[in-house]
Every structure is written in structure tokens, then in C-alpha cells.
Design a binder for this molecule. Structure first.
Ligand SMILES: NC(=O)c1ccc[n+]([C@@H]2O[C@H](COP(=O)([O-])OP(=O)(O)OC[C@H]3O[C@@H](n4cnc5c(N)ncnc54)[C@H](OP(=O)(O)O)[C@@H]3O)[C@@H](O)[C@H]2O)c1
Length: 268
């Protein structure tokens, strides 16, 4: 469920797994206006759905509609996945942090969260999921740099150590000595200007990730690749966040194969 929803690649992802696991089911995009979210969620059970994913602008509002919100969703402040339980009640969780960390682990098996400081650019919804994932994975220093400093400070105060807020003016210098840098801002997305961050201070051994996947390689990732840094785009986060949903909905373990990645890449 989202508004708008036509751009979503989730139907392609989940219907790939429907075919792979020979399930007699279908994953459909549901264009739901914000004022229709409660009615739409309550209709899942009578309509025979096992659950749904939520995207913009519903992730926060859904917290007040579902019957149970787990700890991960509470900490992130947003629901990305709803499961219809046997009695028809609705349980909400957030799989974005799982998606981010499991994609990094699949693409860069030697990467360790405690290898050195991580820099997270941005402090919005995506940043909250990335910071939470890094904390859970054992990161010891996370520098949150955001255009609105107050938002970075609020996030650091809420999540506590190891987060540390830095003003946007320090975004270039903040990369000094970092082992990981993640762009969670909207800058570099199709239709948006490139992210204005210079990579000079970043060690070439650092991993550079972007959670944007349109385009697959943002100008930020291209600049990192050209100077020799390993990179990771945002598509893998989307693919991997689908896995826990399948576990919840069907008790099936899914995998992100090279063929699945290529199928989605071709559609972008
Ligand atoms: N791969 C995935 O599965 C996945 C999951 C979630 C999100 N995403 C992507 O992540 C991006 C952000 O999404 P979101 O939900 O986190 O959005 P959001 O909550 O609206 O946050 C947007 C962030 O971008 C920053 N920003 C916006 N314009 C900027 C500018 N001109 N210069 C510097 N910073 C700017 C904002 O800073 P201020 O606080 O100063 O406004 C904020 O930190 C989107 O491209 C989205 O598609 C991908």
C-alpha cells in the first residue's frame, strides 16, 4: 500500500518468489490515499490477504491503526510490513533495517559493523532504519550528518551512543577515517541534484553505500567507485527487506539470487 504506488518494484520482487515457490498467490500494488489507510488495513483480513507492505506516506500512520507494533518498528518509528494474524488482528514490524544489513552482508561478506566509524548522511526515515541496523550489528561510532542539524541531534539523543550528530557544514570532513558511509538523503535520486559531499577525506578502503536505487548508481556511488572504494546500491536493501515478510506471511525462507537482482535491475 502506498500513494503513489505505480513505481513500486515490490510486486515484481514478491511475484518472483510466488513463482519460485509455486504458491497460488499474487502480490498486488494497492494505491491507497492517506485518509483511506485505516479502512484498507482493516479490509485485509475479510479480503483474504495474509499481509502487506507499506511505503510512503503510510509508514508512520499505520502505527496507530494496527493492533500490535513490535520493538523494531517502535524504535524506528515506522511500520513497513503488516501481518494478518489467525484471529484477523494486525501485527506491524519494520524490515528496512534487516534489508540494509543483510544486503551489506551478502554483497560484502568481510564487512564488519565494528571495523571503524560509520557516517550516515541524512536523518529521515531511511536514516533511522540504517542507524538502528548498524547499532544492532555492533557499530561503535555512527556520525549522523544532516542538512537540518536539529533533526540529526534529535536522532542522536533518541538512539543514544554510538550516534553522534554533526552539522551539514562538516559533511566532507566527517568522512575522515570512516570505514562505512551511507547516503540516506534523497540527493542523487532521479530528478534530484547529486549529493554535495566531497570524498577526499574518505579512506579508499571504506565501503560506500547509497539506499537510493533509481538510478542504480547515483553520482555519489560513481564518484566513490572511480576513486577505488567498494560500493553498494539501494536495490539490495529493497530485495532483502522482503525476506522476513515471507517468513512471517508463509513461513518460507527466501533468497536473493543473482537472477532476482538482474530481473529487478533490468526493470529500473
Ligand atoms: N532501498 C530502500 O529500500 C529504501 C528504503 C527507504 C528509503 N529509501 C530511499 O532513501 C531516500 C530517503 O528516503 P526517506 O524515507 O529517508 O526520506 P525522508 O524521511 O524524507 O528524509 C529525507 C532526507 O534527505 C535530506 N535531504 C532532502 N533534501 C536535501 C538536500 N537538498 N540536501 C541535503 N539533504 C537533503 C533530508 O534532510 P532534512 O532533514 O534537512 O530535510 C532528510 O535527511 C529516498 O530516495 C528513498 O527512496 C530507500
Amino acid at each position: 500500500m502506498g500513494w503513489p504506488i505505480a513505481h513500486s518494484r515490490s510486486p515484481m520482487l514478491h511475484n518472483y518468489w510466488m513463482r519460485e515457490h509455486a504458491l497460488n498467490g499474487v502480490y498486488v500494488p494497492l494505491a491507497i490515499k492517506p485518509d483511506g489507510l485505516a479502512a484498507a488495513l482493516k479490509a485485509l483480513h475479510p479480503l483474504g490477504f495474509v499481509g502487506c507492505n507499506l511505503t510512503l506516506p503510510h509508514k508512520q500512520q499505520a502505527m496507530t491503526i494496527v493492533d500490535a507494533v513490535d520493538d523494531v518498528a517502535k524504535r524506528i518509528g515506522a511500520i513497513s510490513c503488516v501481518t494478518v494474524r489467525a484471529d484477523g488482528s494486525l501485527a506491524g514490524t519494520n524490515n528496512d533495517c534487516f534489508g540494509f544489513i543483510h544486503n551489506l552482508k551478502q554483497e560484502h561478506p568481510d564487512w564488519r559493523a565494528n571495523a571503524g566509524p560509520a557516517v550516515v548522511l541524512g536523518a529521515g526515515g531511511g536514516a533511522r532504519a540504517v542507524c538502528y541496523a548498524l547499532m544492532q550489528a555492533g557499530a561503535t561510532e555512527i556520525r549522523v550528518v544532516n542538512r537540518s542539524y536539529a533533526r540529526a541531534q534529535a536522532l542522536a539523543a533518541e538512539f543514544g551512543a554510538p550516534l553522534q550528530a554533526l552539522p551539514w557544514a562538516q559533511r566532507h570532513a566527517a568522512l575522515d577515517g570512516a570505514a562505512l558511509v551511507v547516503n540516506t538523503t534523497s540527493q542523487g535520486m532521479k530528478g534530484q541534484p547529486a549529493l554535495d559531499v566531497r570524498l577526499d577525506a574518505l579512506p579508499t578502503g571504506a565501503l560506500v553505500a547509497d539506499i537510493i536505487y533509481t538510478p542504480l548508481e547515483t553520482p555519489f556511488l560513481a564518484a566513490a567507485r572511480l576513486r577505488g572504494n567498494a560500493t553498494s546500491n539501494g536495490l539490495g536493501m529493497l530485495l532483502h527487506q522482503g525476506r522476513p515478510a515471507w517468513k512471517l506471511w508463509f513461513d518460507i525462507e527466501t533468497t536473493v539470487t543473482a537472477e532476482l537482482r538482474e530481473t529487478l535491475e533490468r526493470s529500473l
